[in-house]
Ligand binder design. Structure first.
Ligand code: SAH
Ligand code: MG
Length: 194
């Protein structure tokens, strides 16, 4: 299993797949242990790295995870097979904004297109159990959220940064959740349902 994790990390570096940082992952793993989290929904599988790491915490953890990019999805299928986790990781190939789920989860991990964070949150919060948690990755957007707009040259990037900031405002002002913003990894938002 450790070989597989290392292999995936190397693949991610070589192929520029933005997997979660070590710091972010450690926090996530601790949170899952501490809160006895057993079923997880992940938006944004990439090659299955974070899903596999979360499953490895305990043998009764299950993950449902959604990926829209075919090449990454296929890579994730391979990795999940290698890790013998087919029975605990349900991989859904498709756009998360078109996926309807029935189940309820202890934890929802949002780690897909950063401009759509608010949409993912609103689409899947009905799938969150009472007292469940939604964790969003990349709230610092690779450090760009701390820059002045004039410092960001590309118009696209400026718009994305604006959207990440708006999402932060959305979380702060959401009366149904208490959100903590942590400067861990690339920035995590931890939103606990009140
Ligand atoms: N959670 C992974 C990294 C995910 S990277 C890890 O830490 O190991 C973000 C992924 O989200 C990309 O592979 C991208 O293709 C996918 N993605 C972005 N928008 C999506 C959407 N609307 N539906 C499904 N997947 C999406
Ligand atoms: Mg991420």
């Amino acid at each position: 299993m450790n070989n597989l994790i290392e292999e995936m990390k190397n693949y991610a570096v070589i192929n520029h797949v933005p997997i979660i940082t070590d710091g972010g992952l450690h926090y996530l793993e601790d949170y899952i242990k501490k809160h006895n989290i057993k079923n997880i929904l992940e938006v944004g599988t990439a090659i299955g790295y974070s899903a596999i790491c979360m499953c490895n915490i305990d043998s009764d953890i299950t993950v449902t995870t959604i990926e829209r990019d075919e090449a990454r999805y296929l890579e994730a299928v391979k990795n999940i097979k290698k890790g013998n986790l087919e029975d605990r990781i349900e991989l859904i190939f498709g756009d998360a904004l078109e996926v309807n789920l029935e189940d309820k989860y202890d934890l929802i991990f949002i780690d897909a297109a950063k401009a759509q964070n608010g949409k993912f949150f609103e689409r899947f919060e009905i799938n969150l159990k009472d007292n469940g948690t939604i964790i969003t990755d990349n709230m610092n957007f690779h450090g760009l959220v701390f820059k002045n707009e004039e410092e960001i040259e590309s118009r696209n990037l400026r718009q994305l940064v604006r959207k990440v900031r708006n999402y932060k405002e959305f979380l702060i002002s959401n009366p149904k959740y208490e959100t903590l913003f942590l400067d861990i990894g690339d920035g995590l938002a931890v939103s606990v349902k009140k």
